[in-house]
Design a protein around this ligand. Structure first.
Ligand SMILES: Nc1nc2c(ncn2[C@@H]2O[C@H](COP(=O)(O)OP(=O)(O)OP(=O)(O)O)[C@@H](O)[C@H]2O)c(=O)[nH]1
Ligand SMILES: [Mg+2]
Length: 243
C-alpha cells in the first residue's frame, strides 16, 4: 500500500518545477509526487519527464490537453491517487508559496493525531503571509471571514490550498459533482468534508508570495468564490451528508 502522494497542479511553472520536485523528494519522509500539467507552453512537462529518469518510482506526471483550471487538475490528481492506492493525499502549489518542510506537520496531523483533513492555515494564529500587497492580504483574510459567516464552517483559512486528506474523505465526496475551479474549489472541498462530519485540523503555516513565474489569479476566480459560497450553502439544505 503506497502511503503518501503530493499532488501539484502546474501551468507555466518552468522557473519553479525542478526546484520544487527536488525539494519534496529530498525530504526525510518518503512522499511521492504527482504533477498534473495542463500542456504548459513554457515546457514544464518536459522538465518533469527528464527528471523522471532520476526518480522513476516516486515522480509521476499526468498531462492534460489545455488549461482547465486548478480545481479540475486536483480532481484528476485525486482520482489517480485513489486508483493507485495512496492513503494520504496532499495539495500543494508549485511556486514555493507553501513551504515543503510543512508537509510533515500536515502529515502528522492526519497519520499521528488521526485527523481526516489537515489544512495549512495562514490565519489560525494571526496573519502569516509574507510579501503579499496589503490589498491581497485583506482580500484573502476577509474572504475567509465571509465564508465562515455564510457557511458556519469553523475554519480560519477557507481558501487555503495546502492540505492533507486521508483517502476516505476523497472516497466519500463525489468528485464528479465538484463544480468550482478556483478558490471556490478550495472552499467547497473543506465545506463538504465538514458537512460529512470528518475531523478537520488547521496547522499554522507561513505563506510566502511567489518570487518566480506568473500569477494565475484572476477576477473571475474571485467572483466564482464570492457567489459560489452562497450556492454551496443553499444547495447543502437540499441534500443529505451520510457516510
Ligand atoms: N494544471 C493547472 N494548474 C494550475 C492552473 N491554474 C493554476 N495552476 C497551478 O496551481 C498552483 C496555484 O496557482 P497560483 O497561480 O500560484 O495561484 P495563487 O497562489 O492564488 O496566486 P499567485 O501565487 O499569486 O500566483 C500553481 O502551482 C499553478 O501553476 C490550471 O488551470 N491548471
Ligand atoms: Mg501561488
Amino acid at each position: 500500500m503506497k502511503e503518501s502522494v503530493v499532488v501539484i497542479p502546474t501551468y507555466n511553472e518552468i522557473e519553479n518545477i525542478e526546484a520544487i520536485i527536488r525539494k519534496v523528494l529530498s525530504l526525510p519522509h518518503p512522499f511521492d509526487l504527482l504533477i498534473v500539467d495542463d500542456n504548459s507552453p513554457d515546457g514544464t512537462a518536459q522538465a518533469v519527464i527528464s527528471l523522471q529518469q532520476e526518480f522513476p518510482d516516486r515522480l509521476h506526471l499526468e498531462q492534460r490537453k489545455g488549461k482547465l483550471g486548478l480545481g479540475t487538475a486536483y480532481i484528476h490528481g485525486f482520482k489517480y491517487a485513489l486508483r493507485n492506492g495512496y492513503t494520504f493525499i496532499f495539495e500543494m502549489d508549485a511556486d514555493f508559496s507553501h513551504n515543503p518542510n510543512d508537509l510533515m506537520h500536515l502529515y502528522n496531523a492526519c497519520a499521528v493525531e488521526g485527523y481526516d483533513l489537515s489544512i495549512g492555515s495562514r490565519y489560525s494564529s494571526g496573519v502569516n503571509v509574507v510579501n503579499w500587497p496589503m490589498s491581497r492580504v485583506l482580500l484573502s483574510y476577509f474572504a475567509s471571514r465571509y465564508v465562515r459567516l455564510i457557511t458556519g464552517m469553523p475554519i480560519h483559512d477557507a481558501t487555503a490550498g495546502f492540505k492533507c486528506y486521508h483517502r476516505q474523505v476523497l472516497e466519500t465526496i463525489d468528485l464528479d459533482k465538484i463544480r468550482f475551479i478556483g478558490y471556490a474549489f478550495q472552499i467547497e472541498m473543506k465545506f463538504l468534508a465538514y458537512k460529512f462530519g470528518f475531523k478537520l485540523k488547521e496547522v499554522p503555516i507561513i505563506f510566502t508570495d511567489r518570487t518566480k513565474g506568473q500569477s494565475k489569479m484572476s477576477k473571475g476566480i474571485i467572483r466564482e468564490a464570492f457567489l459560489g459560497v452562497i450556492q454551496m450553502k443553499v444547495s447543502s439544505y437540499f441534500r443529505q451528508f451520510v457516510r
